[in-house]
Design a protein around this ligand. Sequence first.
Ligand code: IPE
Ligand code: IPE
Ligand code: MG
Length: 243
Amino acid sequence: MHVAIIMDGNGRWATRRGLPRVAGHRAGVGTVRRVVERASDLGIGQMTLYAFSSDNWNRPAQEVESIFRLMRAYLRLETERLRQRGVRLQIIGRRDRLPKLLLREIERAEFLTADGECLHLRIAVDYSSREAITRTISTVSQRLLQEPQSSVDSLQNFLNSALSSESEDVDLLIRTGGEKRLSDFLLWESAYAELFFTDRMWPDFDAADLDAAVADFKRRERRFGGSTTNAAHSIAPSAGLSP
Ligand code: IPE
Ligand code: IPE
Ligand code: MG
């Protein structure tokens, strides 16, 4: 099961308490710890957390720097515990614009947790789903120039595998903080994700809230375009873009 979370509401959580926004981000790191621990207890195989979007560069430099500093501290303090729990940590998104010190901490954490087999934890930093798709399409078009006879089917397979090498399809997508939008997160991978929105601000989200979201997910009937979960008698044509 792949659970993806848009961790939203840190700023409002802080502002409502008369605190600076960074206090919300700091409290949000505590939630990441709790939720990751709970996810591995629940046997969730893959979790992707949206920590910093490419559009978040539009925030004041001071806030951006504080977020990166908190990420560095999280990685430095948590890596050993993650490793002991069998968590494999991976950072997705662009790396070329991140501060050097953060990048070094990321590489260290990924290296030390590389053998983890219980939970594949991905944290999206400087991430834009449109950018990831565009980058893949650019690779596909280069291939098309080299192999102009490629069929539409083989290109679609290539596009699929190039994008899913970064991710499996999302089963459950949670967004905290009350907004009901995707904000450029895992657009391709969430084609059939079940969506769960909660008004809870991210710093207040806890293990019981994750349990509730997963329980809600389990009650849903996923049809993937079929009319029932039993597709034994379907006469579906083979997959592909061509008619
Ligand atoms: C999410 O919380 C964390 C990041 C985007 C880095 P916000 O900072 O967006 O909090 P709100 O939405 O302003 O409350
Ligand atoms: C999405 O939250 C990004 C993260 C949670 C990291 P934002 O707060 O940036 O999204 P918008 O601006 O409300 O769409
Ligand atoms: Mg927000």
